[in-house]
Design a protein around this ligand. Sequence first.
Ligand code: SF4
Ligand code: SF4
Length: 223
Amino acid sequence: MIRKCSLEEISDGRLYDTNDMVKAYCNECKGCHACCEGMGNSIILDPIDVMRLTSHLGKSFEELLTDEIELNVVDGLVLPNIKMKKNVCPFLNAEGRCSIHEARPGFCRLFPLGRYYENGGFQYFLQIHECKRAGKTKVKVSKWIDTPDIPRYTKYINDWHNFQKEMQELLKKKLLEEKEEEARNLTILVLNVLFMGIYDDKTDFYQQFDSRLAKLRELIAVK
Ligand code: SF4
Ligand code: SF4
């Protein structure tokens, strides 16, 4: 999601790489679940999140849409996000813990870190106004985001980000040319190819994503 605020306003002014230490560790959030409530539609899911959720919950993307997730327009694209129930994440259990911890979305893995994209890549930043927990200690960024194979994950996040940027430009162009229906069809195509259907959790996710993205690019090129 594009944010229109300066890094200085929301961060400690530093950018972090995956091997850097950042003051984000909050003692496993014991006794707190503040960021699992009142998040509106901001917990946006990317394809790897959907693969983790569908595999962990044994439900298809379409089945998740009946209850746990919903679709919203984000910078022109239609993307899934966690659907809050009475302002609370549906995966927060009665003990105030995440019931899908190992399959939680990238947004939750990152929080309170964010990503800052620049010059074709990205670094991490610490959002200083988000997690109010006092006494946070330092943790390595790679450990905090709790995701295996960081180099491939980083490439995937970049590819996904760059693809969204390209699509946003293309959709903007279509709308300027008053081709609303074509723009709408493109957003549906992205959803169908990158999110619908099962990602096989026994097969390498990144290969599956790359091949879906290549197929999508071919389909967009002939439109
Ligand atoms: S607000 Fe901070 S301490 Fe509380 S659950 Fe979120 S990350 Fe953990
Ligand atoms: S998925 Fe888990 S960590 Fe993320 S908001 Fe929901 S309960 Fe919290």
